[in-house]
Ligand binder design. Structure first.
Ligand code: ADP
Length: 475
């Protein structure tokens, strides 16, 4: 049942109640007024009788005779009875079937014989009772009047009710229109459609509510959109993080696979030669034994370097590589690093060119030494026999610069950045023969960057490569 129908029904019920009450009181009022009229008429008759008698002390049958005829002709009078002052009946005119008269006015609401008796004393000039009359009024006419009234009332009421229902229905339709629009709008909002506006039809309370509803739905829309965007952002952030995690996971697996593979080569070689050496069945010469032991030593060193590199790179990846920073003379540091490298096998000469009074800078001496050794090691690997590897030291107010120059094959432009990536190894014969971890330059780059410096490679003149390191000078 819709709100409108309910409202119409309630109004109808109230209407029925009020109209019924009105009708009831109206009929009561009619009764009372009729009763008063009857009493009044009786009084007038009593008064007329008094005025026309000579002897005020007694009621005379003759006098009465003069009146009875025309009184009885009066409308709505059934009978009239006259009594003397001792209440003895003198005369009765009209139709009656009473055995006994009661000397008081009937209660109009408790009539049994359909006749309403009105009793009146007739009083003389000195206000003394000289007799009395009882007039019987037929109740049928009274009832008829009341019934007629009631019927008219009911018809009027029915007509009014129909009119009220029709008027109510249309006026409610008109007044409830804003509520209908509000209802439709809430349904739209539930469907997340915020664009629907409630039309403002009036300036009354409903108009104000509609206006505020529109403001609220606008705010709701902005809030909802903001929330949606935030969820979107959060989701895409999560997706990105997830993707990164997956990439990292993949890289980790790749790392483990490469490490396992790289470690296997020297270990297999060491195990093979160790087995041969210890196997009694092989009758090895002293030279052979020495050769095998050299291979085992070489592979062990390689293995140790590989493990050191793997540990370093995993520390770098996990941000666990701490630096032990101290003020050091770089020129001194590099001189020592160069001295620790054995170049005799290849007949290569190492030369250091440094400016005088080289400044002291803050750095981790062990890590910088590691970088220099790695660069010189690579240069040595790729240098032709009997060539020169030159280390140049320069300084300016803000940084120091270390150049490591060799006369090897050099590095093609397209690989100048790639060689600093993890596990990158050149495809040339030397790289294949002298298998490193492919981590040396990646570690060097991380260490230099941790110092706030830079490392890159350029072509050397006339040939070869020139690795350049810069380190910032800070107090
Ligand atoms: P590794 O030496 O263990 O292979 P690095 O990271 O030290 O790994 O070097 C990566 C690659 O860079 C080498 O495989 C090589 O191809 C190239 N490279 C490094 N130093 C030189 C150099 N001085 N001359 C030519 N190529 C070099």
């Amino acid at each position: 049942m819709s709100f409108k129908v309910k409202l119409v029904l309630v109004i109808l019920l109230i209407n029925i109640f009020v109209v019924s009450l009105t009708l009831y009181f109206r009929s009561k009022q009619i009764e009372i007024s009729i009763k008063e009229r009857m009493i009044f008429r009786t009084q007038i008759i009593a008064d007329i009788i008094v005025y026309s008698i000579d002897d005020e002390t007694k009621l005379d049958r003759l006098i009465i005779g003069e009146y009875t005829e025309f009184i009885i002709k009066e409308p709505e009078i059934q009978y009239i009875a006259f009594f003397n002052k001792k209440n003895q009946l003198i005369e009765v005119a009209g139709e009656y079937n009473k055995k006994e008269f009661i000397f008081q006015t009937d209660n109009i609401f408790r009539i049994t014989d359909n006749v309403y008796d009105v009793y009146k004393e007739i009083k003389g000039k000195d206000n003394k009772k000289i007799g009395s009359i009882i007039i019987g009024f037929p109740m049928q006419s009274l009832k008829d009047i009341i019934r007629k009234n009631l019927i008219i009332g009911i018809f009027l009421w029915a007509g009014a009710t129909v009119l009220i229902i029709i008027l109510n229905y249309f006026s409610l339709s008109y007044f409830l229109k804003p509520i209908k629009y509000l209802y439709e709008s809430t349904k739209q909002i539930a469907k997340k459609n915020f664009s629907n506006k409630v039309p403002i039809l009036s300036k009354d309370e409903l108009g104000i509510i509609s206006k505020q509803f529109n403001i609220m739905s606008e705010e709701l829309a902005t809030f909802y959109n903001k929330l949606k965007n935030k969820v979107k952002e959060a989701t895409s952030g999560l997706e990105k993080a997830n993707k990164k995690l997956r990439e990292m996971d993949k890289k980790k697996s790749e790392f483990v696979a490469i490490v396992a593979h790289d470690l296997r080569t020297p270990i297999t070689s060491i195990m093979g030669f160790a087995d041969t050496l210890t196997d009694k069945e092989f009758k090895l010469t002293i030279q052979e034994k020495e050769e095998y032991l050299n291979i085992i030593r070489y592979e062990s060193h390689r293995l140790s370097r590989l493990i050191a590199d793997f540990l370093d790179i995993s520390k770098i990846e996990d941000n666990r590589m701490g630096l032990d920073i101290k003020k050091k003379n770089v020129s001194e540091l590099i001189r020592k690093a160069l001295n620790s490298i054995n170049t005799k096998a290849k007949g290569v000469t190492l030369s250091l060119e440094s400016e005088e009074n080289f400044r002291e800078v803050y750095l981790d001496a062990d890590r910088i030494t590691q970088v220099i050794q790695n660069l010189i090691g690579n240069a040595l690997k790729y240098s032709p026999q009997n060539s020169v590897i030159k280390v140049l030291l320069k300084q300016n107010p803000s940084e120091i610069r270390i150049n490591v120059i060799d006369h090897g094959p050099g590095i093609p432009d397209e690989y100048k950045e790639k060689i600093f990536e993890k596990f990158y190894r050149g495809d040339d014969d030397i790289s294949k023969k002298e298998r490193g971890s492919g981590l040396g330059l990646a570690i060097a780059k991380s260490i230099i960057e941790m110092h706030g410096g830079r490392i890159w490679v350029e072509d050397a003149t006339p040939s070869g490569s020139c690795f350049i390191i810069t380190l910032p000078v800070k107090d």
